[in-house]
Design a protein around this ligand. Structure first.
Ligand code: FUB
Length: 339
C-alpha cells in the first residue's frame, strides 16, 4: 500500500479515487493473467481467501486452494466467474498455496500452469490440461521436472514456441536456488552484488515439460550492468510477464517490497532485458502483480489491488485499464488512483 496511507479515512479517500473498479466482487481475485483465445478474453487469477493465517514475510497468509477463471465477451462487458477450474485436492503432488497461475492454448487444448507447495513445503510448478479455456482442468500427476519457485507466465512467440518464465524471492523461495539447485543455506545476494534474475525455459512440444535446462535472465541498466540486489526500486522480485511489441520483447515484473510494476526490453525471449521504467505505481495492498494483453489493437494492463477488502493485503481484486506504448515504444506509467 502507498506508504503515506496511515488511517482508514485516508484509505477510503484513496479507494474513491481509484481509476477502475474490481472486475468481480463476489469473490476475491488476484495476479490476473489475461489472454485472448478465440476472440474472447480469459483471465486466469489467483482466488484469494481468508485462510486464517497471520501475515508473515513468507506469505503463508496467502492460503489459496483453487482457481476460478473469469471470462469477458469484450473489454467493457461484465466478467463472468466460470466456477472452480482446479482444486488443490485434485493435484496429487501439491499440498497448499495455489498462487499466481497462467494459461496457454496450443492445438485446441488449454494448459493451466500453476505453482503450489509440495509436501515438503517447497514451491514447484504444475500443469493441468482441459479442452475448454475455463476448465475443469486435469492436473498432471507430477510437477514439471526441474521446476521451482512461483509465478509462472507462459509466452508464445511468433514461431509457435512457448517459453515459461518464473521465480519470486522471499516467500517465493527463488533465493534458495542457484543454477537450478536448491540449498537450504542459500540466501539473497548482498546489496552490492547482482540481483537474482527471473528464470526462463522453453517448453516441450507437448507443453508438459521443460525442453531445456532453465536459465537465469539478466535485467540490466543502460550501461549493460546487471541491476544490483540492493536496487530494490528496480530489481526483480516476482510476477514475470512477457509481451511482444514491434518486434521487441517486453519483460515486466513486480519489485515486491517497493511495490512497483516495472519493465525492461530485450531482443529475444532469453534477454538480457534493459530496464526502462515503471508501468504501475503502488496499489492498495502489499503485493502488485499484473499481465499485459492486446485486445482488438489496444493494450491493457490487468492488475489487482486490495480496495474491495479495504486494504487487507491477501484479499485482492482484479482490475483492468488501458495502457499505451508511445512512439518510441516506452510504456506510459499508470497511476491507479487519481491525483
Ligand atoms: O498471490 C500470491 C503471491 O502474491 C503471488 O504469487 C505474488 O506474485 C503476489 O501477488
Amino acid at each position: 500500500m502507498p506508504e503515506d496511507i496511515i488511517d482508514q479515512a485516508e484509505l477510503d479517500k484513496l479507494i474513491e479515487k481509484a481509476i477502475s473498479e474490481p472486475l468481480v466482487t463476489h469473490i476475491y481475485t488476484a495476479d490476473p493473467s489475461a489472454h485472448v483465445f478465440d476472440d474472447k478474453i480469459y483471465i486466469y487469477p489467483s482466488h484469494d481467501i481468508d485462510a486464517g493465517i497471520p501475515f508473515n514475510d513468507n506469505g503463508d497468509h496467502f492460503g489459496m486452494e483453487d482457481y476460478h477463471i473469469l471470462s469477458m465477451e469484450t473489454i467493457d462487458s461484465a466478467a463472468v466467474d466460470n466456477g472452480v477450474a482446479l482444486h488443490v485436492n485434485e493435484v496429487p503432488w501439491a499440498e497448499r498455496q495455489m498462487w499466481a497461475p497462467d494459461a496457454a492454448k496450443k492445438n485446441g487444448k488449454y494448459y493451466l500452469v500453476f505453482p503450489a507447495k509440495n509436501k515438503n513445503g517447497i514451491f514447484q510448478i504444475g500443469i493441468a490440461t482441459s479442452n475448454s479455456p475455463v476448465g475443469p482442468f486435469k492436473a498432471e500427476p507430477l510437477p514439471i521436472k526441474g521446476s521451482y519457485s512461483i509465478d509462472p507466465a507462459i509466452f508464445e512467440d511468433d514461431d509457435g514456441s512457448f517459453y515459461l518464465y518464473f521465480g519470486g524471492i522471499w516467500g517465493g523461495q527463488l533465493q534458495k536456488f542457484r543454477n537450478n539447485q536448491y540449498r537450504e543455506d542459500y540466501e539473497l545476494p548482498k546489496d552490492e552484488e547482482p540481483a537474482l534474475g527471473p528464470i526462463v525455459a522453453k517448453m516441450t512440444d507437448d507443453m508438459l515439460q521443460f525442453a531445456e535446462s532453465p536459465k537465469e535472465i539478466k535485467i540490466v541498466d543502460d550501461t549493460g550492468a546487471t541491476l544490483l540486489s540492493g536496487d530494490n526500486k528496480r530489481r526483480f522480485f516476482e510476477a514475470s510477464w512477457v509481451h511482444k511489441f514491434n518486434g521487441k520483447y517486453y519483460f515486466s515484473y513486480s519489485t515486491g517490497d517497493t511495490h512497483f510494476i516495472c519493465y525492461a526490453i530485450g531482443d529475444n525471449p532469453y534477454g538480457p532485458f534493459t530496464y526502462k521504467g515503471r508501468i504501475l505505481e503502488p496499489v492498495i495492498g502489499w503485493t502488485t502483480h499484473h499481465s499485459i494483453c492486446e485486445v482488438n489493437g489496444k493494450w491493457y494492463l490487468f492488475y489487482h489491488d486490495s480496495s474491495l477488502s479495504k486494504g487487507i493485503t491477501h484479499l485482492r481484486s482484479v482490475k483492468v485499464n488501458e495502457i499505451k506504448h508511445d512512439g518510441d515504444g516506452f510504456i506510459t506509467c499508470l497511476q491507479p488512483y487519481k491525483l
